[in-house]
Design a protein around this ligand. Sequence first.
Ligand SMILES: [Fe+2]
Length: 222
Amino acid sequence: MKIHEIFPILISQDKIDNHDEIKNEYLGELKSLWWNGYENPTPENSGRAFVHSNPRYFDIFKSISKSIRRHLDLLEVDHEKLLINITKSWVGYADRDTPQLKTHMHNDADLSFCYYITSDETSDKFCFYNPTSWNEPSTGIFEPNEKYRLLKKFNKYNCDSYTVSPKEGTILIFPSKMQHSTLKRKNIEDRYSLIGDVKLCLKPEYHRYAQSCPHPNLWLEF
Ligand SMILES: [Fe+2]
């Protein structure tokens, strides 16, 4: 039987350039910028969703932007004509008691990222969900029910969630509209991450292109 695997979703996990230097130089102060999920429902609510606005962290975001360009290479996008705009960024933290993140997506962004500054093999996993479930041949057939289930075992065609191990020094890049959560594990060591959103736009000189978004210089703001 020939199988046509069509429209695979691209999630990339890249090594961050200069991770060791970044960790040594900035981890201590980044810890103090945690958005504190116990007190705030969202990073935005904490007022700490713009780490990138501090020029001190320019080199970190420069490394992140390089990984994002490598992600765009995989998509065969001519990104030399585009600008990578970091629109939001915040520090994530989890210890063994932190509850797992609920399923959510990132509003009004093109790509999102999660850079693992510290993690170990016991860290909470990153979990993606497939809300469309095109392969489900009849409603509910893929549901994992303990007692009454029709699914014999999971494989890549019937599994509607996918977990990624948070390897220190790597960055996950994914479409912002993808539903995701964390999957709780022992999380023995504290896990710190830098998370954020990206919007792409055309460089001003490429204003004749109809794709993506025009440069903000060409906008009229009221
Ligand atoms: Fe998220």
